[in-house]
Write a protein that binds this ligand. Structure first.
Ligand code: ZN
Length: 478
């Protein structure tokens, strides 16, 4: 494998190919085939995320992939923001359709038409629905598998409330959910930023988006949650009768955890120069048993390896013994590259004495474990492994936080792959020129202000020199 730190881009291309995560040979540009080794993990990520959505009162629904153009055009900022990215269906069989249909790039305009029918009175609120799906966007930026492609896999949740306060509380719940899932269970650190007004979701009042740092120092946007206000409610007539019998527009939010992109962040943050390092709960294969043949003891070794494999499987662990013709050394490297969390070596001594050698993928540390304690050991060690992976990822993330008060210092910190705090006059529209100046001079993008803690700028705006009202974070982005 390539060195991940010094040559991340090539490391990433190599691992997605070698580990069998995707196949890029599909004949539509920007579209990839997602392969079993990634899909098994992404299905688990879906399960974990959906469980959390349901725990917080969301119900699942499946909406159509096609959206009538007239729906799509109802919210003016939305149509302006998304139109350049839409794939259109114009024909069906031999017929030219009377109305063009958009392949959903996101589903607000599919879902809110239905919400206007479903919501009548206050008793219909809050309405919290999620929709696991794939969406299509004609991306013009360079595509990379899992990071950005023209078809991607995500979950959308769309919520409607009677008041602004409830909608704001939902936005906070969405952010907490990202913390509970993406950091606590997948081990990927991030920060939620309130995006500048010029970079918010088209049609929203405000956007809060999680940024993680990839090993090359560029940020990757993970879920974003949007306070839509009443903009879409007015466009789609999503309203309820209040106690006084008057019609009031709903307050809405939407939230979009992109599973394929979270997967990209997860493999990038945890991987090392030997390949993938997968959290135990997400690994397609959790334990691999490698027999180490020795002349005269082949039968005993094979028997022990099969016994161990069977014990693991019957305990519900995804395990397999590798009896292929390759050498043990080859098998170690192969399964390390695939990110299998535990390897159990069964040689002559192990077959005879009933002590097993267990090797952890992340630390490569070897443990002698009594066979009867194996299941307990795996369970306990899997939790420790996740804790260690989180600690390591967080310390790398925090080691890349920097501050700058001049363009020169900002440019040099960005060059080192940092997420840099700088004073800016404003994240309202009047700050846009200053953000553009930052982009021109340093190739850095203004990501917004931290949501998790209040911070004040101590210096003047890095671009125009006027009083800075906010401390923003700047990074190079994917
Ligand atoms: Zn300024």
């Amino acid at each position: 494998m390539k060195n991940k730190k010094s040559n991340f881009s090539e490391w990433y291309s190599e691992i997605t190919k070698e580990a069998g995560l995707c196949d890029l040979r599909y004949r539509v540009k920007g579209f990839v085939v997602f392969m079993p080794w990634s899909v098994i993990s992404m299905k688990k990520m879906y399960e974990i995320y959906e469980r959390e959505l349901e725990r917080t009162g969301h119900l699942p629904a499946w909406f159509p992939a096609l959206i009538p153009e007239s729906n799509f055009q109802k919210e003016s900022q939305h149509v302006e923001g998304f139109t350049p990215q839409v794939f259109w269906v114009e024909r069906a069989g031999d017929n030219v359709l009377e109305e063009r249909l958009a392949m959903r790039p996101t589903s607000e305009t599919a879902i809110y038409q239905m919400y206007s029918l479903w919501i009548q009175g206050k008793g219909d609120l809050p309405l919290k629905v999620y929709h696991p799906s794939q969406v299509w966007r004609y991306e013009t930026k360079a595509t990379r598998p899992f990071i950005r492609s023209r078809e991607f896999y995500w979950i959308e949740s769309h919520n409607a409330f009677a008041s602004r306060e409830e909608a704001e509380a939902q936005v906070r719940e969405d952010m907490q959910m990202a913390q509970n899932v993406i950091f606590e269970q997948f081990g990927v650190p991030f920060i939620f930023f309130e995006r500048p007004q010029w970079d918010k979701f088209p049609g929203a009042l405000s956007t809060f988006a999680a940024d993680t740092l990839m090993p090359d120092g560029r940020v990757l946007q993970l879920p974003s949650t949007h306070l839509l206000g009443q903009n879409f409610a007015k466009a789609f007539d999503v309203a309820f009768l209040n106690e006084k019998g008057e019609r009031e527009y709903c307050w809405q939010t939407c939230y979009g955890p992109c599973i394929s992109r979270i997967y990209a962040a997860m493999i990038s943050v945890h991987g090392d120069d030997a390949g993938l390092v997968l959290p135990y709960s997400l690994a397609p294969l959790q334990v691999v048993v490698v027999p180490i043949p020795k002349k005269g003891s082949e039968r005993a070794i094979e028997k022990k390896a099969k016994q161990v494999e069977a014990a693991l499987i019957s305990a519900g662990i995804r395990a397999k013994a590798d009896f292929s013709q390759n050498t043990p050394g080859f098998k170690y490297n192969y399964w390390e590259m695939k990110g299998v969390p535990f390897r159990i070596e069964v040689g002559e001594k192990e077959a005879r004495e009933g002590d097993l050698t267990v090797v952890r993928r992340d630390s490569k540390k070897r443990h002698a474990v009594k066979e009867r304690e194996l299941l307990h050991f795996i369970q306990k060690e899997a939790a420790l492994m996740l804790a260690d992976m989180k600690k390591k990822a967080l310390s790398e993330f925090e080691g890349r936080m920097a501050k700058a008060t001049s363009m020169e210092a900002l440019a040099s910190a960005l060059e080192k792959g940092c997420l840099v705090a700088v004073p800016l006059c404003s994240i309202e529209m009047e700050g846009r020129n200053c953000a553009e100046e930052i982009k021109d001079k340093t190739a850095g993008d203004v990501r917004g202000i931290r949501f998790d803690k209040k911070e004040h700028a101590q210096a003047n705006c890095i671009a125009c020199g006027k009083k800075a009202n906010v401390l923003v974070y700047v990074a190079r982005q994917y």
